[in-house]
Write a protein that binds this ligand. Structure first.
Ligand code: AHR
Length: 514
């Protein structure tokens, strides 16, 4: 007997060393499905930072790069394909230094400004309110404007709302018409400042809550249709006191959402490289990414105390991986490459948001183009799509679909005596009845065999796509732009109500059942 056990142990150890698949189970419980996954969970963020706007989205209408009113056509096409639901602008920290009136009217008359937070560069304000809101129309994305609370005034922000949203005759709508736009854009999503605890003014939560109440009083709905969603500047990571203070001190009818920011970063003083990282650094970043589940759960629990009906959205309007900048680039521009590690961050984070869709109703990846965990990188006329782009595209099937609650029982990814769950998953049913299951295996050495019990769902066809690569550190470059892209995945089978699938190491898979 002892001998048999020892042999079994030996076989298991050998199998694990050889990277053989390990067994996991997922049970989908469609009977309890009731929550819609808001498409806005799949939002993006475009700050005046490095080459996100200038020489990113915006090249100017005299550029040789094909563009529409100065915005690159290739970027517009790529983001439309992604089904980008909303775009946050102009910051970030930049937002609390931005005076929107400097960015309207004839471009040659606009005053220059210095981008104090990001590289100290001088900007000519050639990309302003009209440029951004018209670009959102081209993208089919809802604009999310971050207002200046830190160095602005209530009047300035109230004027911005009137300028963008008022249909009738008013000083601001007249100015808008004079600048070439008669119809209002009807912007719904308004951030009342950004990171008020830090770059947005170094405020205490009690003080910010009072400021918020004042701003929210004058940021009223110019259409009188209840269409504005006012979002309070939220906590950093695990600062639950910030969320509690806002929820306690702001009348709920003045509040549409409370924000929260969490970056996957190893150490703010030693972030480590974006490409040549070690497995230890990979494990550390995965730990940070998975922490999002605890953060969202605990912030949501605080919100539940004051808003049990879950009317107020938790808005994770900045998330993603943050590493050292690429060698030779401006440290203030936050330019970093994007590897399979970033695909893992995106896959697990979006699964967390899907599974918390009852409270998380808006989220914004930081950032869209050329900054932090970008989905698009540009180099002059060239443009590439990062592994993160591909995950966002694969997952867009969940937008506005009904969340199917599930439980995962599975293996751990272990490193240096520490462990993390290897498998992450979420599932939804769309308006056509198709079910989509997104699966992530963060373990770089072991495939994961998963039996997914789909319960009573009736299914005729099964299809899947996978995003993976041989090495964790692999990435798409301007010389090899398609090294990592989704391909058809066949290693799965449906037998009655059990879908059996083997998820390779460090891969993201989306399965479609119809
Ligand atoms: O996304 C980069 C910066 O990170 C944002 O400007 C700020 O809000 C956050 O600290």
């Amino acid at each position: 007997m002892k001998k048999k056990c020892a042999l079994l142990l030996l076989v298991l150890v050998a199998a694990s060393k050889l990277g053989l698949a390990q067994q996991n189970t997922i049970a989908i419980n469609s009977a309890t499905a009731k929550v819609t996954i808001s498409k806005n969970i799949y939002g993006h963020f475009a700050e005046h930072l490095g080459h996100c706007i200038y020489d990113g989205f915006y090249v100017g209408d005299t550029s040789k790069i094909p563009n529409t009113n100065g915005v690159r056509n290739d970027i517009i096409d790529a983001l439309k394909k992604l089904k980008i639901p909303n775009l946050r602008w102009p910051g970030g920290c930049f937002a609390d230094t931005y005076h929107w009136k400097d960015g309207i009217g004839p471009k040659d008359k606009r005053p220059a400004m210095v981008n104090k937070w990001w590289g100290g560069v001088t900007e000519d304000n050639s990309f302003g309110t009209h440029d951004f809101l018209n670009m959102c129309e081209l993208l089919g994305a809802e604009p999310y404007l971050s207002g200046n609370v830190g160095s602005g005034t209530v009047q300035e922000l109230a004027d911005w709302v009137q300028y963008t949203n008022f249909k009738g005759k008013s000083p601001m709508s007249d100015l808008r018409t004079q600048n070439g736009r008669t119809e209002p854009w009807k912007v719904k999503l308004w951030g009342i400042g950004n990171e008020a605890w830090g770059c947005g003014g170094n405020m205490k939560p009690e003080y910010y809550a009072d400021e918020y109440r004042k701003y929210a009083t004058f940021i009223s709905d110019w259409e009188n249709s209840g269409g504005l969603l006012r979002i309070a500047s939220g906590a950093s990571d695990a600062d639950y006191n910030w969320t509690e203070t806002l929820m306690k001190n702001i009348p709920l009818n003045m509040l549409g959402g409370v924000a929260m920011h969490h970056y996957s970063v190893l150490d703010w003083n030693k972030k480590g490289p974006a490409i040549e990282f070690s497995e230890e650094q990979y494990f550390g970043i995965m730990k940070q990414a998975l922490l999002m589940d605890e953060l969202v759960t605990k912030h949501a629990a605080v919100m539940d105390k004051y808003d049990p009906a879950k009317k107020i959205a938790l808005v994770v309007d900045e998330w993603g991986g943050w590493y050292d900048v690429e060698k030779g680039t401006n440290p203030g521009f936050l330019y970093q490459q994007n590897t399979i590690r970033d695909a893992m961050i995106a896959g697990v984070t979006l699964n967390i948001f899907n599974n918390h869709a009852d409270r998380v109703r808006i989220a914004n990846l930081a950032q869209c183009v050329n900054v932090l965990q970008a989905v698009i990188l540009t180099n002059k006329e060239k443009m590439i799509l990062t592994p993160t782009y591909h995950v966002m595209e694969m997952y867009n099937v969940h937008q506005n679909a009904t969340l199917l609650p599930l439980t995962v029982t599975g293996n751990d990814y272990t490193f240096n005596g520490q462990k993390l769950p290897a498998v992450s998953a979420s599932a939804s049913k769309d308006s056509t009845g198709a079910i989509h299951i997104s699966l992530v295996n963060i373990d770089p050495a072991h495939a994961q065999k998963i039996d997914v019990n789909i319960g009573d769902e009736k299914v005729k066809t099964v299809a899947a796509k996978v995003l993976t690569s041989k090495k964790l550190q692999d990435y798409n470059s301007f010389t090899e732009p398609d090294k990592i892209k989704p391909v058809v995945f066949k290693d799965l089978a449906l037998n009655k109500n059990i879908l059996s699938i083997t998820v390779p190491p460090t891969s993201v898979i989306v399965v479609t059942l119809k």
